[in-house]
Design a protein around this ligand. Sequence first.
Ligand code: NAD
Length: 505
Amino acid sequence: MNQPVSSCTPTSQAEWQALTDKLTLEGRAYLNGAYQWAASGGTFTSISPIDGRELTAIASCDQSDADQAVMAARSAFEAGIWSQLAPAKRKAVLLRFAELIEAHGDELALLETLDMGKPISHARNVDVPATARAIRWTAEAIDKVYGELAPTPHNQIGMISREPMGVVAAIVPWNFPMIMAAWKIAPALATGNSVILKPSEKSPLSAIRLAALAEEACVPAGVFNVLPGYGHTVGRALALHMDVDCLVFTGSTNVAKQLMIYAGQSNMKRVWLEAGGKSPNIIFADAPDLKKAAAEAASAIAFNQGEVCTAGSRLLVENSIRGEFVELIREALKTWRPGHPLDPATTCGAIVDQAQLDRIIDYIGIGQSEGARLVEGGQRILENTGGLFVQPTVFDGVNNQMRIASEEIFGPVLSVIGFDTADEAVRIANDSIYGLAAAVWTSNINTAHKVAKALRAGSVWINHYDGGDMTAPFGGFKQSGNGRDKSVHAFDKYTELKATWLVLE
Ligand code: NAD
């Protein structure tokens, strides 16, 4: 097993590079307590978007690995080695898991950066702590959850309890590989389920490494399994599996819809979906601090290269300040210039792969052909590095019917849309198939609350963008999904409610 690669976090690109050179990359699946290659022997190559370098071979799991993993997960569940453990004991193991994630923070951050291109400073200071925090918070909560007694007649007792679902398959995306995994595996494990995690084929390294840390924390064999591979092979096999009780997913709306079909075609497994977004960020002329609003609007589209489900990709600006505000955004975006992801000063990294870069460049072309005004960026850059980089891009004069305003791009491309009244802003904001998040900036408390109430979104932020912590549920309205990650509400997804009724003699 790998030891922590460093006790002292690097502070320069050269030091991170030196650490990279020492890394041993694991590409095998983790199944029933051991690393192993796919039963078929199939592999695919993980390629770094930073420079096109081949990182390592990854097990390409398929149906037979899914069958094996489900069998192992089921027998661990039935044996009760985890599912029947006292919540306080599961808590202790998960707390140790969180500690190990922190102890291996440099290594995990590096895996994330090499695999999907995000800046190392964000991987180290955002992704790693948020992953550990999600597991710790959830573990801390699990031995404080009580059942209920129904208000029965005197001679009867109605007990309402929560039981684990059984075997949970978690399918996650590549934009925040560890955080998205932690939001699923923490409540799934805490509530006593056995879990099979399928990371994205674009970013499997950190999930594979997490398996060893879970083992070191004493999660029993079979309780936590990691199957790397493609969506249409191992993902589909898990989603169609007759012995998976619950399928949790974060990813695109198209795949989310497909998973609902798979559940209907198989065993009606519970399906919980966190899907896409096209979030409106609404700036009124009376916003308390336009410079701060512009700085956060820039971050809302450029952080993580815009590959964020809650990216503030539709910027609705009151027309009386639109020109001024667009200039403030352009100024703020100067601090989001793409650079080498291993340089700790870099704020904007590489795009995850060629297909995603092509998609972003295509949408920039679509915006121009639709008649939107390109006012910032628009180009692929740093091509000579072999890496996949694009400038943060701003279109002004966008209308909400244009494809750049209605379709999720999942890159640093901002659409600025003007409005004149609060009603118009709300109408435009809600005119979307998505409903993940929204923000409103105003000094007027009535406007703030009226607009926040009217917005059809799972998260609404007032005078800031992307707030919240583990105490707040996260998820979407409409085609952004169903169910909620984070907070005690997440336990709903991983438990069945049971009513046990007793009539006293
Ligand atoms: P994606 O839907 O292409 O893939 C997500 C996962 O599903 C991957 O592991 C993939 O292998 C798997 N998959 C693909 N096809 C499958 C199939 N037929 N059966 C089973 N599994 C399949 O999404 P992505 O490109 O990895 O991630 C980007 C998307 O994720 C964006 O739409 C973004 O908005 C969304 N996202 C949502 C949230 C949220 O919390 N709502 C958070 C992060 C990302």
